[in-house]
Write a protein that binds this ligand. Structure first.
Ligand SMILES: [Zn+2]
Length: 309
């Protein structure tokens, strides 16, 4: 089973925006969501993701000239040249959707998905006794009337918070991909997202904006929030959640490009640690034409209104 690695997945930016408007960059690898001004207006915008469009006709000419090169030099066969030239330099999206559509499955994921009634009961009992231990450890009396049923309630709540482990992209999409000669940007914005930080097991909540440019196929519009929901209802970090949603749409729909931006507030930051109550964390992942073309990316950003700050 393959798991997406950091190297395979898309670029992401984190910008911490305080209420007073000051911004703190965590990752400086790109500056899309940060909206920082360039110091020079005379120079054109430069972004490492803006790659020139591939031009196949030129390559053909090159191949001919190579073939008629000086003798004595080993001339590659047309097939070799072809494969070397055609290999795209762009990152391939990580294989988020496995053969069974589970995406990022682990041993426990499969167990949970395929369990029968007896093992479901057993799972609940184990969770309840673990919560009871937690209550004891924080200094509570687990037999106190008010919290007597808390282990049961919390176990069920936690299973709900992580119900995404029992879902897969294939069932969610369920064939709702339609051939349509439409190549304009489609955006679903302000998708409410509730997820759980995998480092502290506390929620982070916010909004996700998803945009894509179709390649002769569109996806049922309600499927985008459902894909977001599926990945959010797992233990997550925001950076990975953003990438997984983008890569899943890229893989299942094969559009010209996908852009996902998420802004959210982390309870582990708000309630503990740095205790910054007004910070928003923004992550983004752009693939395909959104990665290559600054204009497309900017159109998406202005339509979702992230630049409004
Ligand atoms: Zn956390």
């Amino acid at each position: 089973m393959t798991q997406p690695t950091e190297a395979e997945a898309g670029p992401s930016t984190i910008t911490i925006v305080n209420r007073n408007g000051s911004k703190k960059r965590l990752h400086t690898e790109d500056n899309m969501a940060g909206g920082e001004r360039r110091s020079s207006v005379s120079k054109p915008a430069r972004d490492f993701r803006d790659k020139p469009e591939p031009s196949p006709p030129k390559k053909k000419k090159k191949r001919k000239s190579t073939a008629s090169g000086p003798s004595g030099v080993a001339t590659p066969t047309p097939a070799e040249v072809g494969s070397a030239v055609e290999t795209p330099i762009t990152r391939s999206p990580s294989p988020v959707i496995d053969f069974d559509g589970l995406s990022r499955p682990s041993l426990g994921t499969r167990e949970r998905l395929e369990e029968d009634e007896a093992s479901r009961e057993n799972r609940l009992e184990r969770m309840k006794s673990a919560v009871r231990t937690l209550l004891e450890c924080v200094g509570e009396d687990p037999d106190r009337e008010g919290i007597l049923a808390t282990p049961h309630r919390y176990a069920n709540a936690l299973l709900f918070f992580t119900k995404g482990y029992q879902e897969n992209v294939r069932d969610i999409v369920n064939g709702a991909i339609f051939q349509e000669n439409h190549s304009e940007m489609v955006i679903v914005k302000d998708i409410e997202v509730f997820s759980m930080c995998e480092h502290h097991l506390v929620p982070f909540t916010g909004k996700m904006h998803i945009g894509y440019i179709p390649n002769n196929a569109v996806i049922g519009i309600s499927k985008l929030p459902r894909i977001a929901e599926m990945f959010a209802r797992r233990l997550q970090i925001q950076e990975r959640l953003t990438k997984e949603v983008a890569n899943a749409i890229m893989e299942i729909l094969k559009p010209q490009g996908v852009a996902v931006v998420m802004e959210s507030s982390h309870l582990c930051m708000v309630m503990r640690g740095v205790e910054k109550t007004s910070t928003t964390t923004i992550t983004s992942c752009v693939l395909g034409c959104f990665e290559r073309k600054e204009k497309t990316r900017n159109e998406f950003l202005s339509l979702i209104g992230v630049n409004r700050r």
